[in-house]
Structure formats: C-alpha cells, structure tokens
Design a protein around this ligand. Structure first.
Ligand code: HEM
Length: 237
C-alpha cells in the first residue's frame, strides 16, 4: 500500500514530467526524473545564494567580494535569510521525494566500514549490495537535513534578536557557523564526486540518465533491479 507521501510524489512527478521530457537511449537508464532535477537545482541555487551572501556578512574580507553581487551590505543582510528559507523549503520537498532511497540499511553500515577502500579507489566496482544511493551519499543527505534544522533554529533568533534576546542570538551565531562549516565541506566533496571524480555522474542531474555500465559499476543492486529480465550480465562497454 502506498503512503500519502508516495502518492504526493507520484502526482508531482507526473505533473513535472508532462512539461519536460527525459530521453533515455538504449544503453542508458533513467536515474533522476524532471521533478527530482528541478528540486535539486532549486536547492542548489538557493544554497549557493545563501552561501555567497553569508560569506559577505561573515567577514569584512569576504564582504568586499560578495556584497556587491547582492546590491551592497544592507541588501545582502536583508536577502540572506530569505535565500536560507528558500533553500530549506525546496529541500523539504526533496526529503519527501528521496525518503525511501535515503533510508539507512545494515548494508550502509557495511559500506561505511570500507570507506577507506572507497576513498583510495581500491576496488574497480562498488560492492554488489550498493543500491540507488551509496552510504556516503546518504550520509551527505542526512547531514544536510541536520544542518538545515540547525540553520533554521539558529537563524531565526539571529534574524529577530529583539524578540529572542541577545544571548539566544549570540548562541545562534556559533551554531550557524558550525552548520555552515559542515555544509561547506560536504558541498565541496559533493561537487567533486558529482563531476570530475566519477565521470558520467553529472549528466544524471542534467539529462536525467546514466549509462548502464555506470549503474553496473557504481550502483550494482539498483542496476540489477532496473534490468531484471533484460541484460542481467555485464553491460556492453
Ligand atoms: C552546484 C553544484 C552541484 C553539482 C554539480 C551537483 C551534482 C549532483 C549530481 C550529479 C547528483 C546525482 C548523483 C547520483 O545520481 O548518484 C547530485 C545528487 C545530490 N545532490 Fe547535488 N550537486 C550540486 C549542488 C548541490 C547542493 C548545493 C546540494 C544541497 C545542499 C546538493 C544535494 C544533493 C543531494 C542530497 C544529492 C543526493 C545524494 C548524493 O548524490 O550525494 N547538491 N548532485
């Protein structure tokens, strides 16, 4: 039986899919439908705007570089919380969209124990049990969930210091900076992994598709499920 969230997601996917097409060639698999891609790039756009405007507010050194992009200091200060809210709002829909593939399983704990092999590229292919997302991707996703909550809890007293009091706002600054640091490190690793580290990944968020051999190499369990009954063996290279 499908849940309310799944039914909502199905309707959203169908609605977005009606406005744009994803072309899947013979040797490819659909990875991210239009709805997911629109959400991902909306989250990314708000995140980058919040990051750059946040940099401008953070130190006078960065202020010189980034405040002019947003029309000066006061405008940057005014816009930053709204970029943050835009990021959080879009990410809520992404959380609903990805709740199921992002749920943690015992296989993910196994994957984390062999993180060193992953980082050092010891294996040519991911272990057989790696499904739609690997545990590193899931860890990044849940780190964003946690950081977004911290951003909101700390950012609101910083936005309205008179209502919440100076001490709460001051504690907010510390928490906000810690969350920003976690997000910044995660973002740098994420962009590297999604572009140059693993060729063929970036197009999953642009065209929405990946080559079958990419899926077979990086997400074998997902590959097997998607091609069950068709090409069960190694895809043609
Ligand atoms: C701006 C540069 C960015 C690029 C080039 C990029 C690229 C990608 C790609 C290619 C994927 C699909 C990976 C796959 O299917 O296996 C992906 C997934 C994802 N993206 Fe991004 N992304 C960017 C920004 C962001 C931002 C700003 C966030 C949130 C703060 C974000 C959050 C995610 C999450 C949670 C996933 C799913 C898990 C994962 O693959 O790590 N992305 N991204």
């Amino acid at each position: 039986m499908s849940t309310a969230v799944e039914r909502f997601d199905e309707r959203a996917r169908a609605r977005f899919g009606a406005h744009a097409r994803t072309v899947v060639h013979d040797d490819e698999l659909l990875r991210h439908p239009v709805y997911t891609r629109v959400l991902h790039w909306s989250v990314a756009a708000f995140f980058v705007l919040a990051l750059l405007s946040g940099f401008a507010i953070y130190t006078p050194w960065l202020y010189r570089w980034f405040a002019p992009l947003f029309g000066g200091g006061p405008m940057t200060r005014l816009l930053h919380p709204w970029f943050g809210l835009g990021f959080a709002a879009c990410f809520v829909f992404q959380v609903l969209n990805w709740l199921r593939p992002m749920s943690w399983t015992p296989d993910d704990s196994r994957w984390i124990r062999r993180l060193r092999d992953y980082v050092s590229n010891a294996d040519e292919r991911e272990p057989d049990y790696v499904d739609f997302f690997n545990a590193g991707q899931k860890a990044y996703f849940w780190a964003i969930v946690a950081s977004a909550i911290v951003f909101l809890i700390s950012g609101i007293p910083m936005w309205f210091p008179r209502t919440f009091g100076r001490q709460t706002a001051a504690a907010g600054y510390v928490l906000h900076d810690v969350a920003a640091l976690v997000m910044l490190v995660g973002f740098i690793i994420h962009v590297y992994e999604g572009t140059t580290a693993i060729p063929g990944t970036f197009q999953s968020m642009t065209r929405g598709v990946v080559e079958k051999r990419w899926a077979w190499t990086h997400h074998p369990a997902w590959y097997r499920r998607e091609t069950a009954g068709a090409d069960k063996d190694t895809p043609r290279s």
